[in-house]
Design a protein around this ligand. Structure first.
Ligand SMILES: N[C@@H](CCC(=O)N[C@@H](CS)C(=O)NCC(=O)O)C(=O)O
Length: 223
């Protein structure tokens, strides 16, 4: 039986969604974030040394890293579903987006989260203007332009086909859902980008997505 080690309000939500799309039975083991640091609890390190989510166990097998988990589940349980046939241009796009989500889209989003926190973190009054000045500068000169570059690119890519890898929904869309949802929650991403907004509406309307939400519990991404 597949067990998803699911950290609240996190990337592992998309793995529940994938399992629902595939119709694979699974158990969810829930973990709560530390309220102050927002980090995962130490128990997750007993499953995988990094203690990050998602991580799945499937019998004797443990798989971490969401792109690898998507690939594993689609290969093991998909019977050809949610992955374009090998050797096609769609398959190459599938591989590209599977890597792009965590390799390229998430780093500037994570940086925005961190520098937003620096701006609001409690600190001695005399340090505040300096810390805020640095954070504001990094955001305006690097992070915001990078986010615009990436999300304009995504908007234009969705003009080429309905889904990221082509006309069929695939595991790449599951993988890409998180950066787009995270960007939407953080006030960038979908505003003024109708194709990205439509992508989110389309996935949120899927019965499998809603079943996954019911299993995973409340899903509110960090702003
Ligand atoms: N690239 C990894 C990122 C894993 C990751 O950072 N997960 C976050 C949840 S969204 C996490 O576990 N955060 C809590 C922590 O770092 O303690 C993946 O896609 O699986």
């Amino acid at each position: 039986m597949v067990v998803v080690h699911h950290l609240e309000n996190s990337r592992s939500q998309r793995i529940l969604w994938l399992l629902e799309e595939l119709g694979v039975p699974y158990d969810v083991k829930r973990y709560e974030r530390n309220k102050e640091t927002m980090l995962a609890p130490p128990e997750l390190r007993a499953v995988h040394p990094l203690g990050k989510s998602p991580v799945i166990t499937d019998g004797a097998v443990t798989v971490a890293e969401s792109g690898a988990i998507v690939e594993y589940l689609v290969d093991r349980y998909g019977n050809g579903r949610l992955v374009p046939p090998a050797g096609t241009p769609e398959r190459l796009r599938y591989t590209y987006w599977l890597h792009y989500a965590e390799g390229s889209a998430m780093p500037p989003l994570l940086m925005k989260l961190v520098f937003d926190r620096v701006e609001t973190a409690p600190m001695p009054f005399f340090v505040k203007p300096i810390a805020r000045g640095i954070a504001g500068k990094v955001k305006s000169t690097f992070i915001e332009p990078q986010l615009k570059l990436h999300f304009d690119y995504l908007e234009s890519e969705l003009g080429k086909a309905t889904w990221f890898a082509g006309e069929e929904m695939t595991g790449a869309d599951v993988q890409m859902s998180f950066p787009i949802e995270a960007a939407a929650a953080r006030g960038s991403g979908t505003s003024g980008r109708p194709r990205l907004a439509a992508f989110l509406q389309r996935i949120h309307a899927r019965p499998a997505y809603q079943r996954a939400l019911a299993k995973g519990g409340p899903y509110e991404l960090m702003r």
